[in-house]
Design a protein around this ligand. Structure first.
Ligand code: NI
Length: 287
């Protein structure tokens, strides 16, 4: 019963061979995965996958900080409607990223705050992406977040982790903790209490050792969990059970599994209000 709390199963790179990916996960005993969706296409694909295996999949949807310049009022209205619909498990990943571009920090902050407020209103946990932006991210979370917080792929300093834990946030570790040159990762893993710790892949990115150089997939979360168990001197079963329990606890109430009719309704709604959506739909059908 291994848990991958963060995988981009419906991004183009993975979705093109999704059946094989899910089969590999099953064979590796990875039986609970949260699909992270960064746009409407990925979200619709995720809902569709969930109708086929609701007991193994959770769905998260939110707009990525790097996309802040492109996100429209209509995009946010759609996210809000879906957050309130009961179909989403988590809102995210959302946050701040100053690694690639610092020219639109204010826009990133505004998008982040708006999405935290949607999550508050819907009572949804949030999954946080922070890169080179720990201080600003923590400040906004401490000021606005009212629902459970997951710091995804945590690679910050120990003081930031301590601060996050004091606010009851969950710390999620990914492939980089298995890298030999990562000195901070093992320190963070050791210092993180087992009741606030999570495991993830962030696939298709950040493959753990020994899969570096290959695209990541949920099956590989087993290698990250094994490394966490080693650092914490725990047996893997105890650790896996704790992670599963942490994840289910923070999720709280279960999201509903959409019907095909609901998915068709969302499709036609999107086609009505967004002309470009028809193109996406046609591309999907042509596959
Ligand atoms: Ni991600």
């Amino acid at each position: 019963m291994i848990t991958d709390t963060h995988c981009h199963l419906t991004c183009d790179e993975i979705y093109s061979h999704i059946d094989e990916t899910l089969e590999n996960a099953k064979n590796a005993d990875v039986d609970l995965m949260m699909i992270m969706c960064t746009n409407k296409t990925e979200y619709l694909r995720a809902l569709d996958l969930k109708t086929k295996s609701p007991e193994h999949l959770k769905v998260a949807f939110g707009y990525y900080p790097g996309d802040a310049k492109e996100i429209t009022k209509e995009d946010l209205e759609f996210l809000k409607a879906e957050a309130l619909s009961g179909r989403m498990d988590v809102l995210g990943e959302i946050g701040l990223d100053y690694y690639w571009d610092t020219s639109f920090k204010d826009l990133q902050k505004e998008l982040f705050k708006t999405q935290i407020e949607i999550a508050n209103e819907a009572g949804l946990p949030i999954s946080i992406h922070m890169r080179e932006a720990s201080r600003d991210t923590m400040d906004l979370l401490e000021q606005y977040a009212k629902t459970p917080v997951i710091l995804h792929c945590f690679s910050g300093s120990e003081p930031i982790m301590e601060e996050a834990l004091q606010h009851g946030m969950y710390i999620s570790f990914a492939g980089p903790i298995t890298y030999k040159n990562n000195k901070q990762g093992p320190i963070n893993v050791k210092a993180c209490p087992i009741d606030h710790l999570l495991s993830e892949t962030d696939s298709p990115y950040l493959s753990p050792v020994p899969h570096r150089g290959h695209p990541n997939e949920p099956a590989f979360v087993a290698d990250t969990v094994a490394k966490i168990a080693e650092f914490k001197d725990l047996d893997q079963d105890t650790l896996q059970q704790a992670i599963r329990q942490n994840f289910l606890t923070l999720l709280g109430k279960k999201a509903s599994t959409p019907t095909q009719e609901e998915i068709a309704d969302i499709q036609s709604f999107l086609a009505t209000c967004d002309p470009s959506w028809k193109e996406i739909q046609l591309k999907e059908e042509a596959k």
